[in-house]
Design a protein around this ligand. Structure first.
Ligand code: SAH
Ligand code: SF4
Length: 376
């Protein structure tokens, strides 16, 4: 299947059930073009954009500086939507997980992880995932469809609603939501165009205004889009590495057959802006007896030689039927010591939200592709 027909087949709907166009996710010039089509002055687009992204307004009636007849036109033709909340679960450690439903009924999960110094929102990019990494629960849900730019942004905007981050919800001493990680369901670089459009609006000073330094995109290693992502978006890059050699990596991550380590690490070395102060994060999940020996750690240290990076060691979050176990903590600490001895920063990531299945690689929804599509 060609790239464009693939994109069409897995595309997100842009109209709601009443046939109205979703304005979230359209950039300023797209909104401007729609208004001009409606015979409206172009400058209104900036006002609408401000209401949507800086004030969090969802009703055109609240857009006080627009004339009444324009508000009516907008209400008839357009919509500013949020996902529907199917469930909200709070972990003992204050992590929150939501199951969100999009306008066509497809569902994704999103997680908010507060720490004393920051609040990180883990956002999904696809319903299901294109890939099937063996240790990952999300990977057992075949790709249903890509999320559109509007649906990626709507997740962030919904979180801002709940966390009361809009100015109309009152003055806050400090923001709760400071960081975004594209680490929810899906492989963001297999939905690059939509993710890029959403992140551009997220980063735009007149959009959500979240700086690229506070946004991290995680990929299993879709090499061709890595450089593009660095050049166009400049966000922080995280790589799901999980093995120190091709043989083992291909066994647990099929994408390694397509883009082996040499190519992946070359893309990391060339990632625009990478430096000692802007390091790449390598994620390494510790699987008992699979990738967790001191020899593996030494091999990893040699592999990443000369790449400004940090290695996040992630205790495996178990799920029924995975066939893997988490390495004992002592083993993970031993692994970290080898890496630290070789000069790497190798923190052990404390799992968050484990009691509500909100931890890394555990997100999944019940959404499935329609039978008709599956048989195509
Ligand atoms: N598809 C992208 C984004 C998802 S990020 C990617 O793979 O990078 C989710 C992170 O959690 C990835 O680093 C993934 O490898 C990791 N992960 C997956 N399953 C896990 C599990 N069971 N325990 C711990 N980490 C896991
Ligand atoms: Fe998809 Fe990432 Fe899970 Fe692999 S690790 S199956 S790419 S979500």
């Amino acid at each position: 299947m060609g790239i464009s027909s693939h994109a069409e087949k897995f595309a997100a709907p842009r109209l709601d059930a009443q046939g109205r166009i979703e304005l979230v996710g359209l950039n300023l010039s797209q909104i401007q073009a729609l208004l001009v089509e409606d015979g409206q002055p172009a400058f209104r687009s900036k006002q609408i954009w401000n209401w949507i992204y800086q004030r969090g307004v969802t009703s055109f009636d609240d857009m006080a500086n627009l004339p009444k007849d324009l508000r009516q036109i907008l209400t008839d033709k357009y919509v500013i939507d949020r996902p529907k909340v199917i469930s909200e679960q709070k972990s003992r450690d204050r992590t929150i997980k939501w199951l969100l439903e999009m306008s066509d009924g497809q569902q994704v999960e999103m997680v908010f992880i507060p720490t004393p110094s920051r609040g990180t929102l883990c956002v999904s990019s696809q319903v299901g995932c294109t890939l099937t990494c063996r240790f990952c629960h999300t990977g057992t849900q075949p790709l249903v469809r890509n999320l559109g730019p509007h649906e990626i942004l709507q997740q962030v905007m919904y979180a801002k609603d709940v966390l009361e981050e809009w100015p109309s919800q009152g003055e806050k001493q400090a923001r709760d939501l400071t960081n975004i990680v594209m680490m929810g369901m899906g492989e963001p670089l297999y939905n690059y165009e939509n993710v890029a459009e959403a992140l551009k609006i997220c980063m735009h000073p007149d959009g959500l205004g979240i700086s690229k330094r506070h946004i991290t995109l995680s990929t299993s290693g879709v090499v061709p889009q890595i450089i593009q992502c660095g050049e166009e978006l400049g966000v922080n890059l995280a790589i799901s590495l999980h093995a120190p050699n091709n043989e083992l990596r291909s066994e647990i991550m099929a994408i390694n057959n397509k883009y082996p380590l040499e190519e992946l690490l070359e893309a990391c070395r060339n990632y625009p802006g990478v430096s000692a102060s802007r390091r790449i994060t390598f994620e390494y999940v510790l699987l008992d007896g699979v990738n967790d020996t001191d020899d593996h750690a030494q091999e990893l240290a040699r592999l990443l030689y000369n790449i400004p990076c940090k290695i996040n060691l992630i205790p495996f979050n178990a799920w029924a039927g995975s066939g893997f176990q988490c390495s004992p903590l002592k083993r993970i600490e031993g692994f970290a010591r080898v890496l630290e001895g070789a000069g790497y920063d190798a923190p052990i990531r404390r799992p968050r939200g484990r009691d509500i299945l909100a931890a890394c690689g555990q997100l999944k929804s019940e959404s499935q592709r329609k039978v008709r599509e599956q048989n195509e």
